[in-house]
Design a protein around this ligand. Structure first.
Ligand SMILES: Nc1nc2c(c(=O)[nH]1)N[C@H]1C(S)=C(S)[C@@H](COP(=O)(O)O)O[C@H]1N2
Ligand SMILES: [Mo]
Length: 306
């Protein structure tokens, strides 16, 4: 949580179906389905295409059966790869195309679902705008756990949409009926009565320093953390105990959908304290106090006598 770019060793790993073994002598990526010109490419051919680099936050939604539990599993990394739009332009989706399905080559059992692949979908226009097919991370080739040789990255969206060990991009005219698309990973959002797919992230922030349970020397601490949303975060406020909410210094987002650093020096007297942070974004969304997954975070610290 210290660095703007998270070092590889500090990135969480999620693999619902276990880690696959990839045979690079047979691996390829295909773009198929409702297209005029299906494409099949190996890694070298992908890497020979114009490359795009993007620094983006990467947040796990958490257990899809507990959509309101705060997880705060988030990192920020730089991806290198080919824009999906580029391959779609070549494949030429048919007029009836409306969705893109992303299929990983990992396969396994999940509950009573036997021998399934990891599969996610996005509307075609969103996939064309926001998806990078990444073969590199933080200046190195993708590591096996990150999805080597290729994964999709859907910027601004929860990590569940970023399909690792990608092998097929299927152009279709509907959503796929699948455990990870229509069954799990759907949630009720405020103001809606139908569940919607878990895609765009909520406005959110985490404290990086001090950590919950920390013992600190008396004096001034630099309260520090990260904030992110689908749009730019425009303010982060910090509250100590029952004092007022005070605005922290906040870094701008820049061109990429990366997380933003905030910090604020606070004098803390000896004793126990509660520190909270609250982000608001350019769309006018503010982290709630209500029990939702992006509720305001609070940490408790102990400041020692000098
Ligand atoms: N093929 C495949 N892709 C996947 C998953 C998976 O189980 N299989 N898990 C998803 C989930 S829930 C998350 S949060 C991210 C985690 O990416 P990471 O392990 O690189 O941090 O990958 C997503 N992509
Ligand atoms: Mo996740």
């Amino acid at each position: 949580m210290r660095d703007f770019i998270t070092p590889p060793g500090e990135i969480f790993t999620i693999a619902h179906l276990g880690m696959p073994t990839v045979d690079m002598s047979t691996w390829s990526l295909s773009v198929e389905g409702l297209v005029a010109h299906p494409i099949r490419l190996n890694l070298e051919e992908l890497q020979a295409r114009p490359a795009t680099e993007k620094t983006v936050f990467h947040e796990c939604f958490g257990n899809p059966l507990e959509p309101h539990v705060p997880v705060r599993r988030v990192v920020n990394v730089t991806w290198l790869g080919v824009r999906l739009a580029e391959l779609l332009a070549e494949a030429a989706p048919r007029p009836s195309a409306s969705h893109i399905w992303f299929e990983g080559l990992d396969t396994g059992d999940f509950g009573e679902h036997v021998g399934i692949h990891y599969l996610k979908d996005l509307p075609l226009d969103v996939a064309r705008r926001d998806v990078l097919l990444a073969y590199g991370m933080n200046g190195a080739p993708l590591e096996p756990a990150r999805g080597y040789p290729l994964r999709s990255v859907a910027q601004g969206m929860f990590g569940t949409n970023a399909v690792k060990w990608l092998r097929r991009v299927i152009v279709a005219d509907a959503r796929p009926d699948h455990l990870f698309t229509t069954e799990l990973y759907n949630r009720l959002e405020p103001g809606r009565d139908e569940p919607v797919p878990v895609r765009e992230v909520d406005v959110n922030s985490v404290l990086a320093y001090p950590r919950g349970g920390a013992e600190l020397p008396a004096g001034t601490v630099e309260v520090t953390g990260w904030a992110w949303s689908t749009t730019e975060v425009v303010s982060v406020e910090i509250c100590v105990d029952d004092g007022p909410w005070e605005r922290a210094q906040l870094a701008p987002r820049g061109d990429d959908p990366a997380w933003q650093r905030f910090h604020q020096p606070r004098r803390l007297d000896p004793g126990r304290h509660r520190i909270r942070c609250r982000a608001a974004d350019a769309a006018g969304r503010v982290q709630p106090e209500a029990p939702t997954r992006n509720r305001v975070q609070e940490v408790r610290v102990l400041v020692r006598e000098p």
